[in-house]
Design a protein around this ligand. Structure first.
Ligand SMILES: NC(=O)c1ccc[n+]([C@@H]2O[C@H](COP(=O)([O-])OP(=O)(O)OC[C@H]3O[C@@H](n4cnc5c(N)ncnc54)[C@H](OP(=O)(O)O)[C@@H]3O)[C@@H](O)[C@H]2O)c1
Length: 284
């Protein structure tokens, strides 16, 4: 019986596969279920079985999940088409003994557009009768540190999060948590974890940390939500997505993405990566 990871060619999926290997899972027990098998040649070379699993092509999914003991459904990046894609996966996983889904923080209680598809997916999983675990991953630290070059050039991190705090953690930490659940199995059945960094921080603190570590002046420039959406669109972010990001910042401003469960650190057995560590990694 295998541990199957979907979207294993994506950033998170790759880290989950690595975390499984790091936990001593033999490569022969891992199935990388991916949209484009040709992108997974490196995984195949390491002895991992690569199968085609395109969320939009239901005919690929059942065969991809055959013999699976635990299946990690990594949420799709195709915002807007995700609900249908995830429902295809859930339908094809009806005989899987344990389905683990990477959702989003407060998917069912913070009603921003970005959470909508996760909320529906969670509901369908709960009603499906498939034994499940939900991993609600809060915002990635890498989303905040991925663009520090521009911040250093312009002297500003721009957003609409005001003085609100965010509990953010690294992709690698979320991936490790997923690997723990996949390998430990039954004790996580029926549970929904709110996963996040240990200490919430503001964008002002983030900018101050970037200044401290880089030796350059970087301020946090707060914009009204609509203006921030327009700024993102000006930089090429599709308008709908820009509006969603700005809406999310509005929720952060109201401290709606503060998570204090400690569940990520408990699952991975160590403190989560801090924003200062993420800044340091990004500046290297
Ligand atoms: N918590 C956060 O801050 C945050 C931020 C952004 C996104 N997310 C969510 O978390 C997920 C994982 O994050 P990530 O960083 O790994 O994103 P990513 O690197 O963009 O990976 C997305 C993965 O989704 C796969 N995918 C897209 N459409 C598919 C389809 N029709 N069938 C099968 N696979 C499909 C992609 O396949 P290919 O490899 O073939 O392209 C890719 O592997 C994202 O997809 C998104 O739902 C979370």
């Amino acid at each position: 019986m295998s541990l199957t990871v979907t979207a294993a060619t994506g950033n998170l999926g790759r880290l989950v596969v690595q975390a499984l290997l790091d936990r001593g899972v033999p490569p022969q027990r891992i199935v990388a279920a991916v949209r484009s098998p040709e992108k997974a040649a490196d995984l195949a070379e390491r002895g991992i079985e690569v199968r085609e699993a395109d969320y939009s092509r239901p005919e690929t999914l059942r065969a991809a999940f055959a013999g699976t003991e635990r299946l990690l459904l990594v949420s799709s990046s195709a915002a807007g088409a995700r609900t249908e894609q995830h429902l295809n996966v859930i339908e094809a996983a009806e005989d899987v003994p344990h389905l683990v889904y990477t959702s989003a923080a407060y998917a069912d209680s913070v009603p921003i557009a970005m959470n909508a598809e996760h909320a529906v997916t969670e509901e369908v999983i709960r009603e499906s009768g498939i034994p499940f675990t939900i991993l609600r991953n809060n915002w990635y630290l890498e989303n905040l540190t991925g663009n520090l070059g521009r911040a250093l050039e312009s002297g500003a991190i721009v957003g609409a999060a005001g003085e609100g705090r965010l509990s953010s953690a690294s992709r690698a930490d979320y991936a490790q948590a997923a690997a723990v659940v996949l390998t430990e199995g039954d004790r996580h059945l029926g549970l929904t974890y709110e996963l996040a960094g240990d200490r919430p921080f503001t964008m002002l603190e983030l900018a101050a940390e970037v200044s401290r570590q880089s030796g350059r002046d970087v301020a946090y420039r707060n914009l009204p939500q609509a203006q921030y959406a327009a700024t993102l669109a000006k930089f090429g972010v599709p308008e709908v997505f820009a509006a969603m990001l700005a809406e999310r910042d509005g929720a952060i401003a109201r401290d709606e993405f503060v998570v204090r469960t400690g569940e990520l650190a408990r699952l991975i057995g160590r403190p989560a990566t801090t924003f200062a560590e993420a800044v340091s990694a990004a500046l290297k």
